[in-house]
Design a protein around this ligand. Sequence first.
Ligand code: ADP
Ligand code: GN1
Ligand code: MG
Length: 354
Amino acid sequence: MLPIAQKFRLQGTPLSCERYGSGHINETYLVKTDAPREYILQKINNRIFKDVHGLMENISAVTAFLYEKTPDPRRVLTLVKTTQGENYLHTKDDEYFRMYEFVTDSICLDMVETEEDFYQSAVAFGQFQEQLSAFPADTLHETIPNFHNTIDRYRQFHEALEKDILGRAAACRAEIDFVLAREEEAGTMVNMLKEGKLPLRVTHNDTKLNNVMLDAKERTPLCVIDLDTVMPGLAANDFGDSIRFGASTAAEDETDLSKVQFSLPLYTAYAKGFLSACGDQLTPLEKDTLPLGAKLMTLECGVRFLTDYLSGDTYFRIHREHHNLDRCRTQFKLVAEMEKCWDEMAKIIADLSK
Ligand code: ADP
Ligand code: GN1
Ligand code: MG
């Protein structure tokens, strides 16, 4: 990878380039130079992102827009150009790479450590949405069509189930039944959007806790990263995706389901942070749909993991056998728990919205 790193305008000579982070899609590397400086190099997954040029146009435009408001490389993800002055490198082998400034003195969490950290991550994502409210949404490329179209995610699930190419369906009947039992409800927000009841906004669409950087000392928001899926979307989906990942008491791939619980205190902390950062912008109905966003993003993600499991694990990177099945099980456990405390979830949002 060092020869790739050398093709970017770095300060100093690159000394090392090691795999980094725990994302499921791109390949991320930490580059260290003798300056000394650190950078993040990423090989973009062009099997999943079919229009890398459009994707990089999005990222370059969004980061430039944010930089105008906050001209600080710790507070806005900052691209490093190639020696040719481009925003990304396209190699002869048809591989795509990009380089970012490393966000210094920061932390990036794979699991919530304190309620306060989760609250701060909500402020970060809420501010991100608020800052992008003036961004011209029609200039954005749709990097993955129908990304949070839950109805289409069900269509893909049915297709995978019908093909069942590895004969895995028989062993996950309970999970399949769980998905089927919620099919009608799964389309609720997509239909509300179609009916013009919910507005499209510029959203992040992948608001996992490990896609936000906090200041290592203050543990306050620095910047939102992983901008591959910034596209027009629903505010409640950004809220919901954070909840599905962060308001769980266990990791996304925990195999001991007794450890996986949906935490109402964490949900409340996130809701406070999110509403304080972008609440003024949201319509009353958008606020009302926040709990539904949490439930449907968790269900959708579980459906996506299960679909990938049935299809032979071609989308999400796996590190062990049945990894995607384990992942889908944690999501369905969380959905089941949310269903049990549904009224409380709604009341928390209603109280905070007063
Ligand atoms: P993926 O799409 O695979 O999730 P990310 O862009 O989220 O890729 O990067 C993976 C991980 O690399 C992040 O969770 C974070 O820990 C780290 N990372 C990414 N960009 C930066 C950056 N600019 N500075 C510091 N760490 C970063
Ligand atoms: C992927 O890229 P990463 O790891 O931040 C996925 C998200 C899922 C998430 C589940 C482009 O996110 O949609 O919610 O895994 N990203 C893409 O952990 O599909
Ligand atoms: Mg990520």
